[in-house]
Design a protein around this ligand. Structure first.
Ligand code: DP6
Length: 419
């Protein structure tokens, strides 16, 4: 190989939103969770992290990483260090089996990562970010298919727990595991995207002035103080993991929705049960809960199933899951009660390729005629403009993608290996 070969790969990785929540660690260094969790991977065409990783023997000042244009310090005992070192070990094992391979494991790496969604949107980016880091190093080191995605998820887990689930598309379980070494704490595919492609998501970005408790600190406070969390770990989650996996296998949206909403509420109840209590949902979040509950009640009164399921992570944003056929009704209802939300009409729901993100045009939006007849329009008031800041319509998606091997148009690093 010529000396000018550039050893580099660029990958993208998706966001995932849990329907059975991870909340609590039994080992904070290895990131071993107190319970199993399960998530839906969202479409990378709408939300993703992209990462370029390059190995170069001539890079002098140690491994470096840039996130959204800013250089991050790779701390000695930190999560980034651990992830990069574990990936180098896997490469080293490959090299020791094949002496013709370049010794990339001994070279310095430069990594550059970007999210296509603003952090200001209030969406967690650590899951897609760490998944993209691991995917790009795996592609750089040519580890797959010998090293499986579950094995890679074990390393991504040590960057951020929820990141391990972003190593797969579709419907994904993180098996918490029993072993103190963390060997059996990894993600597995419950069903691929293609099994149930009809599931879509509407993310309601809720305005929130104050910065909430970060999840890493918040969950350990819950572990230390909440008796309800112990009940959740022992009695609530195990049964729900089985039931929701079966619902996914059967594409049974009603059961999926029932468990998803119950688990979100149980997780937020554990936050409230923490001393001092943690509040992630606000009045707007709770109004969306009431609205979805009323939509479901009215639809079920007509002998039909649930229209949507809500779920909330460590912040006020709602993620609504629903079959594709229900989204237009849900969207128009949300836009009636929460006027002026920016909306990028990625699926052309409004027709004619209209980009509805222009503010002001939507104030008088009425309720859809498709609503179930007994729906109580007074269930919540019409909120002030911008209470829901932005709506993102997306769907279940695939796992990490290799965008490019070598240095080309996808690269986030320049010729010198810098952003
Ligand atoms: C509420 O994965 O961000 O989103 O492991 O400390 O990095 P660390 O925490 P993180 O926690 C996510 C918590 C959650 C629930 C979930 O995604 O399952």
């Amino acid at each position: 190989m010529s000396s000018s070969t550039v050893y580099q790969a660029t990958c993208s990785a998706p966001v995932n939103i849990a329907v059975i929540k991870y909340w609590g660690k039994k080992d904070t260094t290895l990131i071993l969770p107190t319970n199993d969790s399960l998530s839906v991977t969202l479409d990378q065409d709408h939300l993703r992290s992209v990462t370029t990783a390059r190995a170069d023997a001539s890079f002098k000042s140690g491994d470096r990483l840039w996130l959204n244009g800013e250089e991050e310090t790779i701390k000695a005992e930190g999560r980034l260090r651990r992830c990069i070192d574990e990936m180098k070990k896997l490469r080293q094992a490959k090299e020791s089996n094949d002496s013709t391979l370049p010794k990339l494991s001994e070279w310095t790496v430069h990594v550059c990562s970007e999210n296509n969604f603003p952090t200001a949107a209030g969406l967690a980016s650590s899951a897609s970010g760490f998944a993209a880091l691991i995917a790009s190093l795996a592609a750089l080191y040519e580890l797959q298919p010998e090293v499986s995605s579950s094995e890679l998820s074990r390393i991504a887990r040590q960057g951020s727990g929820s990141a391990c689930r972003s190593l797969f598309g579709g419907y994904v379980a993180w098996q918490g595991g029993e072993d103190a070494s963390g060997q059996d704490s990894l993600a597995v595919e419950v069903a691929p995207q293609s099994h149930w492609p009809d599931l879509q998501a509407l993310i309601c970005v809720v305005s929130d002035a104050k910065k909430g408790t970060p999840s890493t600190a918040g969950m350990q406070r819950t572990v230390a103080t909440s008796p309800l969390l112990q009940h959740r770990i022992k009695h609530v989650v195990p049964e729900r993991m089985t039931k929701i996996s079966q619902a996914i296998q059967k594409r049974d949206f009603d059961t999926f929705a029932e468990i998803t909403m119950a688990d979100s509420n149980n997780f937020h109840a554990c936050c409230l049960d923490t001393a001092p209590p943690i509040f992630y949902m606000n009045d707007v979040s709770r109004a969306i809960v009431q609205l979805v509950e009323e939509l479901n009640r009215a639809n079920e009164a007509e002998g039909k199933g649930k229209l949507a399921a809500y779920t909330y992570d460590a912040g006020p944003n709602a993620v609504l899951y629903a079959p594709k056929a229900n989204i237009a009704t849900i969207l128009q209802t949300i836009r009636h009660y929460f006027p002026n939300a920016d909306f990028d009409d990625t699926f052309d729901l409004l027709g004619k390729g209209v980009n509805a993100s222009h503010r002001g045009a939507q104030e008088a939006l009425g309720l859809p005629s498709s609503l179930p007849t007994s729906f109580n329009a007074n269930v919540i008031p019409v909120h002030e403009a911008g209470a829901v800041r932005r709506l993102i319509h997306t769907q279940v998606g695939d796992g990490p993608r290799v965008l490019e091997r070598g240095a080309g148009k996808e690269s986030l690093l320049n010729d010198n290996g810098e952003p």
